[in-house]
Design a protein around this ligand. Structure first.
Ligand code: SOE
Length: 386
């Protein structure tokens, strides 16, 4: 694994746990953790359960004992590490968004397709797909539970950047992160909206805004939010704080998208709603064990959203865990992702989301940015870009 921050912790937990709850054809071994700062790296490796550490990610690529490389670093490093790993015949899990540009993502997708012919698997970390309620929502939509899709609504609302003195971090630096709320959390709802509806976004009209243009340095701050070091000079934020866009899917259906890390009180409100001709489905990650289902064909007097607890053996992934009604948390989405990846490696199949699917998300991100820079003009998501 490369990187030991928030995602490194989430992925390590998942690698350790997946085979204990799911019947997998292979048992993961946490061999080497790589990162830049030796002392923090060694502490993280001990806590997460890795056998050894290195400050050179190239060591993982060169180690014949290593089969899988898990990339948990900021977006500016994904391309180089993933390309080297695939060339060396390692399976790759790469955090989202796939890279910082369509150009890099397209090369990664082509390399992944080529590597797949050699039996090498790759997957992009759109982990929310593995939330039981969302996997179930996709299943219901495919079965026709909402009829014909009329409209898609998606929001990802957090509040850890609401305070103007929350510190500057790599997530606010375009060179490192690619974009702001758009790529960090907007990418998740783009992926989910396409995956659940079974349709790709074809055109967009967007607007991006940086609301707090400078922030204090991070000092010793770790994690999301908090207060920066107010004694020093403020640093320039180079990404969007708020991203809004409307989209037309290739079927002609309209969608509205909102991503912000400045919605006070919304901690991790990732919401998706699909409105169809015979019903609706609505989800909010702050209630991740529930799915709201509306059946417009039910008796008129009894109509209303039904709150389904997606903790039952009938729901995706849930049977592997606890008895009826005992919920799951954020970390389980990663455990499911690793279980699916390990199964795919063992069975010799390509897991999803593939780098090709992640490239489509990247194209939507790029089109929203271009639209915003062009007065919110409607722009096509170029399926052949770059
Ligand atoms: C921060 O906004 C963040 O950690 C994202 O980077 C993750 O993708 C999301 O799962 C939680 O929030």
């Amino acid at each position: 694994m490369v990187g030991y921050g928030f995602m490194g912790a989430a992925h390590s937990h998942a690698w350790r746990t997946a085979h204990r709850f799911f019947d997998l054809p292979l048992t993961p071994v946490l061999r080497t953790l790589s990162g830049r700062t030796e002392s923090a790296l060694v502490a993280a490796a001990e806590r997460y359960g890795f056998e050894q550490t290195t400050t050179r990610w190239q060591d993982l690529v060169e180690d014949p004992e290593i089969d899988v490389i898990d990339i948990c670093t900021p977006g500016d490093t994904h391309f180089e590490i993933a390309m080297a790993a695939l060339a060396a015949g390692k399976h790759v899990l790469c955090e989202k968004p796939l890279a910082n540009s369509v150009e890099e993502s397209a090369k990664m997708a082509a390399a992944a397709t080529e590597a797949s012919r050699r039996g090498i698997r790759s997957i992009c970390g759109f982990s929310y797909r593995r939330t039981p309620a969302l996997a179930y929502a996709r299943q219901l939509v495919a079965e026709g539970a909402v009829g014909e899709i009329r409209q898609v609504r998606a929001q990802y609302l957090q509040d850890w950047l609401s305070d103007a003195d929350a510190p500057m971090t790599w997530r606010l630096d375009k060179d490192k992160a690619g974009s702001g709320a758009l790529g960090d959390i907007g990418a998740h709802i783009i992926d989910l909206a396409q995956w659940i509806s079974g349709q790709d976004i074809a055109t967009v009209s967007g607007i991006l805004e940086t609301v707090v243009p400078t922030r204090p340095a991070a000092g010793d701050m770790q994690g999301l939010g908090g207060k920066g070091d107010l004694s020093g000079e403020r640093q320039q934020v180079t990404v969007d704080d708020v991203a809004l866009f409307t989209a037309r899917f290739d079927s002609g259906v309209l969608g509205s998208f909102e991503a912000t890390r400045m919605a006070q009180g919304r901690k991790n409100a990732m919401r998706v709603e699909i409105n169809g001709s015979t019903g609706s489905i609505a989800f909010d990650f702050e209630r991740m064990n529930e799915l709201e289902i509306y059946d417009a064909t039910a008796d008129a007097g009894r109509q209303g959203f039904t709150r389904v607890l997606t903790t039952e053996p009938e729901h995706p992934y849930a049977a592997a865990w606890w008895p009826t009604g005992h919920g799951l948390g954020y970390e389980h989405t990663f455990t499911h992702e690793i279980a699916d990846l390990v199964r795919a490696i063992g069975e010799g199949t390509d897991p999803s989301p593939s780098f090709e699917e992640a490239l489509q998300v990247q194209r939507v991100l790029a089109a929203v940015e271009a639209s915003s820079a062009d007065g919110s003009r409607w722009l096509g998501v170029d399926p052949s870009a770059p």
